[in-house]
Design a protein. Structure first.
Ligand code: HEM
Length: 235
């Protein structure tokens, strides 16, 4: 498309025609995601408010990016990088052998990594919100998983017999202790799962950055800069 192409240099010195590949939403979304993820990762533990808001940022990014994957421009659409694991493995092998074919949009391995990142980010965000509800009775899942959900409705009895009412008070106390134990256990399990997914996401990110660096070297272009400008050389 003539309107989308222009001349500029890349890693190569010569001026080469360029094409707009990454739209504004993909680019701004990507760098906001990087910011949100690292803020959330680094504030885990002590700074719960900042951690939660950064986590919501990640969650909102994922929702918008998934919608964009169906209605966005060509290279943002999931259909543009739905190659499957066999092609992804082949591309990776060829990339390591420095023989990989160049793709204008996501490569098969890059595309698979986008799916892996989106899934892992979703699991991290959902388990984080569940944990916030169970431990702090806060966040969007609080009505279902928070302390309020565990409260039993205790009807005031007629109180005719003092002994009976004391027995029912003891029972209520035991129920409350049981609820507290259950919620503590639930919290511990959720914490493990949340931590597992955040570390899995970090592992994917390390592979993602290594893949971007390798593909940049093999195809002789700066892919990180393309995620800033949106442009790649045409051929
Ligand atoms: C700071 C180092 C990073 C660099 C240099 C970088 C670079 C890139 C590049 C160049 C692409 C396009 C890949 C392609 O050409 O196929 C991309 C896509 C992507 N990256 Fe990163 N990335 C970084 C960190 C991250 C982090 C921390 C995350 C996740 C938290 C992430 C998630 C993604 C996702 C989801 C896409 C797909 C974008 C889309 O299609 O909307 N990246 N990244």
């Amino acid at each position: 498309m003539a309107a989308e192409t222009e001349r500029s240099d890349n890693f190569r010195g010569a001026a080469l025609p360029q094409i707009l590949v990454w739209d504004l939403l993909v680019r701004i979304g990507h760098w906001l995601l990087v910011l949100f993820f690292f803020v959330a990762y680094l504030t885990e533990g002590d700074l719960l408010t900042i951690h939660s808001w950064a986590g919501y940022g990640v969650g909102v990014y994922v929702v918008i990016r998934v919608i964009w994957g169906f209605i966005g421009p060509k290279h943002a659409r999931f259909a543009d990088f739905a190659y499957g694991p066999a092609k992804a493995a082949l591309y990776l092998k060829e990339l390591i052998l420095l023989q990989a074919k160049r793709y204008i949009g996501h490569s098969p391995t890059g595309g698979l990594m986008v799916y892996a990142l989106l899934l892992s980010l979703t699991a991290t965000t959902v388990t984080g919100m569940a944990l916030l509800a169970v431990e702090e009775n806060a966040g969007p899942f609080a009505p279902w998983l928070g302390g309020g959900a565990a409260l039993k409705v205790t009807m005031p009895g007629p109180g005719l017999l003092a002994g009976a009412s004391r027995a029912s008070e003891d029972e209520d106390e035991r129920d409350e202790d049981q609820d507290e134990n259950d919620s503590e256990e639930k919290g511990e399990v959720l914490e493990e799962i949340h931590e597992f997914f955040s570390n899995l996401t970090l592992a994917f990110i390390i592979m993602h950055i290594a893949g971007v660096a390798l593909a940049s070297a093999v195809h002789n272009e700066n892919l990180a800069r393309a995620m800033v400008t949106g442009r790649k050389r045409l051929e």
